[in-house]
Design a protein. Structure first.
Length: 761
């Protein structure tokens, strides 16, 4: 009986001792006392490192604590140190999470919400700067886990099942085959002590130290005497030097995003989400463009219901192009799904949707009305494609209909170029080019007359199957176009095609897409191809064929304008589904010194504005020129004609200040011209020479103009002063589209300016 009593007491004592061993406050009877240094002190911290040596402080406040992570993995530097500042109360968990959120190199695996608080199962650090902070569970590389605010969450103590994607990084994880031991030291403590509680319960004091020390293989390690201060993490906020890649992202899992690749080749992932507390765009973000100082992101749907990580932003999201800070978001853009956006002037833009084109009020951030006749047709037969703004018009692709030409002054469709087109661009020389399956079509920017050029042997890689903006792209430096060829409308080829706009010649073997060996080849995705406006380099986005997990492999290739592949960057493994590349708009339009500051006019005088204004990172001939103000229109008339010429005509004697505005992709500069007008009585010969007549009046269809002068411009206004869409051809004006009523016709010749009432039957 005595032996049994002693045996029972010994057993209970042993059980009690083992039961009291804790890992982050969790009782563990599977760990021996000496394997975890439970309830012992650690006097090995023989270092001169002080708070003054901390380089990277996270948070603000009057209290300070040091945060140390020691991996014991043989990779240097080990035992990294951050600093944490706060006011009021804070825990060790608060410190860990704040640092993980702020420093995108640091990431953690957590099991949150247990009865003991949050369990730290894994800690990692991007040691080599590759930015691949992804984890695999049970060896499943098909579906990696990416940190949100530096945290990958799990719902059990399954930490041993996780491995790191980049094995060159610091990473330690485990619960049964190794674990993170937690050491703490407060200002009144002589030595570090093994914490009997987890980070959630640990109360920080001003001057506290927390050390996370990994017990790899259940072996204990002394706290290192060599501590290394972590350099501050600098989030890329300079979005001027590099380019953006707008991503559809993984439908059913994450909303759309945008990455930024700087000129050093560094990839900054999800820069909008990082700047906006994990907000994202809508579902399947197809289009992005910068206009003025704003970035417009267009998604097909308002939200991806499967995304539990990022807050959806809507079909249209507007952000500050310099900081990525959100300005506005819209779920409803007129009742349809998003397709594209184009800036019209500094006050408005157009939204392309599955059900037409809608006006967007930039000043008040409001979605407006449908532009008449742009709707109609099903979502996948009448949808709007990409749109471009020239100096005079907006050209918009509408599937199965053709190209809609819109007068941006009246928001009306003035012409439709019938045909099945994929995409449209404006070349350096100002010419308009649209593309079909095997045909390139040149469209006169004023008369809209098309001229066809057959692509000799290849076809264009179509964009309507699951709509994207298309690979057709134009150089800002040279008079050339580029696109990707195809086997058919739904299967890409392997070549980049070049077209010389000046000589009208095709090079169907300009460059080859890399990765064409093996079973799974690189293929373009989304718009795929764009040309840098400043370097003239081509940026090509590719993914891997084979469907499924192969789409996690994504590359960004850079070509010279001679077709040489000069750089390749592989992105983090993920289902990015890149939609298109967008380049920043850094420069203002520049008006040459040839633009006068003062001029004397005694007859109609023209100043050609096409060659007088340029923009280094935009198509110069697309710059919109307008007369912003005229202080004395009774003395001088100032209009800009369809040929981008400023026409000044004296109306009397005196002076006036004429302000001309130059808008290049939303960036505006203004020039003031002082005009001295002299208008004297004409001689009998001059009167006879400047006689002008218009007929018939009233008119039904065609208005004729008869004069011996050179007609420089013609404009028709309704009685409210609104400019109507008309153009002069062979001394005639087609007014058949005008409603019945009274109008004012204004005709500028090289001798005078005439205004006359017109009645439309």
């Amino acid at each position: 009986m005595k032996k049994f009593y002693l045996f029972t007491m010994f057993f209970l004592f042993a059980f009690f001792v083992n039961a009291q061993i804790k890992v982050q406050g969790v009782p563990r009877n599977d760990i021996q006392l000496n394997s975890g240094n439970q309830n012992q002190t650690n006097t090995a911290l023989n270092t001169t490192f002080t708070f003054a040596d901390v380089q990277y402080w996270v948070g603000t406040g009057s209290n300070e604590a040091a945060f140390v992570v020691q991996w014991n993995d043989g990779k240097n530097p080990d035992a990294l140190v951050w600093g944490f500042r706060w006011n009021g109360n804070a825990t060790g968990e608060d410190m860990l999470k704040a640092i993980a959120k702020a420093d995108h190199r640091f990431f953690t695996l957590l099991y949150q919400g247990t009865s003991f608080g949050s369990a730290v199962g894994g800690l990692g650090f991007d040691l080599n700067g590759v930015n691949s902070n992804a984890l695999y569970k049970n060896g499943n590389v098909t579906y990696p886990y990416y940190p949100i605010d530096g945290i990958v969450n799990t719902t059990s103590y399954d930490f041993d099942d996780y491995t790191v994607a980049d094995t060159d990084d610091h990473w330690g994880t485990g619960w049964y085959n190794g674990y993170w031991s937690y050491w703490v030291k407060d200002p009144t403590d002589t030595d570090f002590g093994y914490s009997g509680v987890g980070a959630s319960t640990r109360a920080l004091e001003n001057g506290s130290w927390d050390v996370w020390n990994f017990n790899a293989g259940m072996n204990s390690f002394p706290i290192s005497s060599t501590l290394t201060a972590v350099s501050p993490y600098v989030t890329s906020t300079d979005y001027a030097n590099g380019y953006f890649i707008v991503n559809e992202e993984w439908f059913g899992h994450t909303n759309g995003s945008v990455n930024f690749i700087d000129n050093g080749g560094n990839v900054n992932y999800r820069v909008y989400s990082n700047a906006n507390n994990n907000q994202a765009f809508g579902a399947t973000t197809q289009y992005g463009t910068i206009y003025g100082d704003k970035f417009y992101f267009i998604s097909k749907q308002a939200a991806d219901g499967g995304d539990t990580q990022y807050t959806p932003g809507g079909r249209l999201v507007v952000a500050n192009a310099h900081t990525m800070q959100k300005i506005a978001g819209f779920n409803d853009i007129g009742g349809g799904d998003g397709r594209s956006f184009v800036g019209v002037n500094e006050h408005k833009g157009y939204i392309g949707a599955s059900n037409g084109i809608f006006v967007f009020d930039i000043d008040n951030m409001q979605v407006g009305n449908l532009i008449p006749t742009t709707g109609g047709g099903s979502a996948y037969a009448g949808q709007i494609g990409n749109m471009i703004r020239t100096s005079q018009y907006v050209f918009a692709i509408k599937q199965a209909t053709g190209i809609l030409v819109i007068n941006p002054n009246t928001d009306t469709v003035v012409s439709t170029i019938a045909g099945s087109f994929h995409s449209i661009v404006q070349a350096k020389d100002g010419s308009i080019w649209a593309i079909q399956d095997q045909k390139l079509v040149n469209i006169d920017p004023i008369t809209f007359a098309p001229t066809n050029y057959n692509i000799p042997t290849t076809k264009y890689f179509g964009s309507w199957g699951a709509w994207n903006a298309g690979s057709l792209t134009a150089s800002n430096q040279n008079n050339t176009l580029y696109w990707i060829n195809s086997v058919n409308s739904f299967m890409s080829g392997t070549q980049l095609v070049k077209f010389d706009v000046t000589t009208k010649t095709f090079n169907e073997n300009f460059a080859v897409i890399p990765g064409q060996t093996g079973t799974y080849k690189q293929i373009p995705y989304g718009a795929a191809l764009r040309v840098s406006p400043t370097t003239d380099e081509l940026i090509l986005n590719t993914t891997e064929s084979g469907y499924g997990a192969h789409y996690q492999n994504n590359w960004v290739h850079t070509y010279s304008n001679t077709g040489n592949l000069i750089n390749t960057k592989k992105l983090n493994d993920y289902y990015w589904f890149p939609a298109m590349t967008v380049f920043p708009d850094n420069t203002l339009p520049v008006v040459a010194s040839a633009f006068p500051s003062q001029i004397n006019v005694n007859a109609a005088t023209t100043i050609d504005l096409k060659t007088i204004v340029t923009d280094a990172d935009n198509t110069s001939l697309a710059i919109v020129k307008t007369v912003k103000s005229n202080t004395n229109p009774s003395v001088v008339s100032a209009v800009i004609n369809t040929n981008d010429e400023l026409v000044l005509a004296p109306q009397g004697n005196g002076s006036s200040e004429v302000v001309v505005s130059f808008n290049s992709n939303g960036k505006v500069v203004e020039k003031t011209l002082s005009v001295n007008a002299i208008s004297g009585a004409l001689s009998t010969v001059e009167v006879k020479k400047t006689q002008l007549s218009i007929y018939p009046n009233p008119v039904t269809d065609i208005l004729n103009i008869k004069t011996q002068d050179k007609v420089l411009d013609i404009a028709v206004y309704d009685i409210s002063g609104r400019l109507m869409n008309t153009k002069l051809e062979n001394s005639q004006v087609n007014v058949s589209t005008l409603l019945k009523g009274i109008y004012i016709v204004k005709i500028v010749t090289d001798k005078a300016v005439y205004q006359q009432k017109l009645i439309k039957n």
